[in-house]
Write a new protein. Structure first.
Lengths: 353, 272
């Protein structure tokens, strides 16, 4: 990686320090995190542009750039901005949402397995959507609403069941895994009971895919994320304190239970937004925060690098799913494969310790 | 507000921190009933007692982490639970028994997290933060380790890093729950010497300790608890007797003078 700099021995906390107006506006950020962040951003842009250029009607990068600035042939303009851009933008936004959601839950549970896919919220969203598709034969928006409701309801149940004088991270994971397994069985049963026709569309949705998503999904997703992401960033400092344990967080002035509840709500909303739009896309939330943490060598998971890694992962996965094989695959299948490699890597890494 | 005000000696008005008429209970398990306790300013107060006598619970209550079902904890003349937790955290620090260092955190970054109550979303790293973190690392002798990962440290070094973290909080009152547990004897003494040193520089220290001899040596004010009540309170030389040890721990002993510090020293008798 570029610009990697090992921390030197010295008594000062390392990093780039920015101060304005007598420290009233000040922050400290590790140079490595900054460099990694920019690299990830550049990669997202590069692969994004490549995705805009690729397809059954291949375009040059220059064509894409012109089209993005609003110039060029009407045909090219339409292909880029109306057909391909919404999908690329959604991959970036939803990948980021999943990465950030994973970071929030892994931080809250103090466990790299504490991601929304593992602790049942994704399965809950899935159930919610299935109920809508199979029982009420709802359309896209009803399905999205069902996924949202399912995710939030599951989160609520998991939180209640894990609650015992505060919801400790490990209990949350154990209860979540249990609920997740039960919901998985329920989902399979629902699909078996349904008519073939409906079941087929439900299964398609269940694979998690960006196929067929366009401008009409992009707008609501953007609006929702514009609300959630800043709130999550505002809570990132108390979130960091919570990683040291509830007592330590409270002792340093964090209202632990309230902050945790808000963070959980935000994390669920992020996952639910992604699931509602694209179906259950597995493993991004699990892998992105840990990959980002290892790249930045930061203490604990961090929101922005996790989100950028999530964006990059989903964008790459979608690109591969669309172009690498003879047929278009749902991106969910790609992310599951990525997840498999991620687990192998994790096992090898932990095994070496 | 920056940390400068904390370097002053505490006001002489008795007891910035005290608990009045406390009832402490976990759902169905009562711990204490009408318990009153005052922490003298500038003291090194040590709370001792047998396992499960309620000493950690009392410490947590004093740190507003455990809400008494009756009674009030007063910090600076006001009920501690009615003050903003952020404001309390600038005056009262706690090192709990169960603190968790995030994966991959360095000593300096851990210590920097102690600055939380002095920071805000916009003001994330002021000059005062930097000064306080460096001073805290110096005071706890972890400055040389600042770039090391917490996970690489020995038990004693790790404990010093945690103490540096609560020192960076720059609170005039510091509460510690069993700070010497899991340390070997040399590191126990090192930690207690550090606390004594901080106390000499003006901080009020309240610690729960297991070792009665260490408590006698370092405490200026000893609180002995049994079954949720305080049965003796005062300078160790005044209150530690064979009778007290029998009452608190149910242990027969003789009390002699510590040959090094002259404070009371407990030598247990053989059980028949």
């Amino acid at each position: 990686m570029t610009m990697a700099r090992r921390p030197q021995t010295g008594s000062y906390p390392q990093g780039l320090i920015i101060r304005f107006r007598d420290s009233r506006l000040s922050c400290r950020i590790s140079r490595r995190t900054l460099a990694i962040g920019f690299t990830l951003l550049l990669l997202c842009i590069a692969i994004g542009v490549a995705s805009l250029a690729a397809g059954t009607y291949p375009l040059s990068v220059a064509d894409v750039a012109r089209a993005l600035l609003g110039h060029g042939e009407a045909m090219v303009l339409m292909i880029v901005t109306e057909w391909r851009l919404p999908r690329v933008a959604l991959a970036l936004l939803l990948g980021g949402a999943l990465g950030m959601s994973g970071a929030i839950f892994q931080s809250l549970t103090r466990n790299p397995l504490g991601s929304p896919d593992i602790i049942g919220f994704t399965a809950g969203s899935h159930s919610g959507a299935l109920v809508v598709i199979l029982v009420f034969s709802g359309g896209y928006y009803q399905t999205a609403a069902g996924a949202l409701a399912g995710g939030i309801l599951t989160a609520f149940i998991v939180y209640l069941l894990a609650w015992r004088r505060g919801a400790e991270g490990f209990r949350l994971i154990i209860v979540g895994i249990g609920i997740s397994a039960m919901l998985g069985a329920f989902n399979a049963w629902m699909i078996r009971k349904a008519d073939l026709q409906v079941a087929m569309s439900a299964v398609t949705w269940s694979a998690g895919s960006l196929n067929g998503l366009g401008t009409e999904q992009l707008l609501p997703v953007t609006v929702i994320l514009c609300l959630i992401v800043p709130s999550a960033l505002l809570l990132s400092r108390p979130m960091r304190q919570l990683e040291m344990g509830d007592d330590m967080a409270r002792a340093t002035g964090v209202p632990a239970d309230r902050v945790r509840l808000c963070l959980m709500a935000l994390g669920v909303a992020l996952t639910a937004t992604a699931t509602a739009s694209a179906g259950p896309v597995a493993f991004i939330a699990l892998a992105a925060p840990q990959i980002a943490r290892r790249l930045t060598r930061s203490a604990g998971v961090t929101l922005i690098p996790a989100a950028l890694t999530g964006s990059l992962l989903l964008l790459c996965a979608d690109w591969i799913a669309q172009h690498a094989f003879a047929t278009q695959l749902p991106v969910g299948i790609m992310t599951v494969s990525i997840g498999g490699f991620y687990f192998l890597w994790l096992i090898v890494r932990e095994g070496r310790r | 507000m920056t940390g400068n005000d904390t370097n002053k000696r505490p006001e002489t008005t008795p007891g910035r921190l005290h608990g009045w008429n406390l009832t402490l209970r976990y759902e169905d398990r009562p711990i204490s009933h009408s318990l009153s306790v005052a922490i003298p300013d500038g003291s090194f107060t040590v709370i001792v007692g047998a396992n499960a006598c309620g000493k950690s619970t009392l410490l947590k209550a004093l740190a507003r982490l455990f809400k008494p079902s009756a009674g009030t904890i007063v910090l600076d003349g006001k009920d501690i639970f009615e003050q903003r937790t952020h404001d309390v955290a600038r005056r009262l620090g706690l090192l709990p028994q169960s603190a968790n260092a995030p994966d991959g955190i360095t000593v300096a970054d851990l210590v920097a997290r102690g600055r939380y109550p002095h920071q805000s979303f916009l003001r994330q790293w002021s000059k005062a933060d930097e000064t306080a973190v460096c001073a805290a690392m110096e005071a706890a002798s972890v400055a040389d380790l600042s770039a090391r990962l917490i996970s690489e440290l020995s038990g004693g070094q790790r404990q010093r890093a945690w103490i540096a973290m609560v020192l960076a909080q720059e609170t005039p009152i510091l509460l510690l729950d069993e700070p010497t547990t899991f340390l070997d004897i040399a590191h126990q003494i090192e930690t207690l010497e550090l606390l004594a040193d901080l106390n000499a520089k003006g901080r009020t220290i309240v610690a729960v300790l297991h070792d009665l001899n260490q408590a006698c040596r370092y405490a200026s004010n000893l609180i002995a608890m049994r079954n949720g009540s305080i049965i003796a309170e005062g300078s160790p030389a005044d209150i530690v007797t064979e009778h007290l040890v029998q009452a608190v721990f149910g242990l027969g002993c003789i009390v002699i003078d510590d040959p090094v510090s002259g404070t009371p020293m407990i030598v247990p008798r053989k059980r028949k």
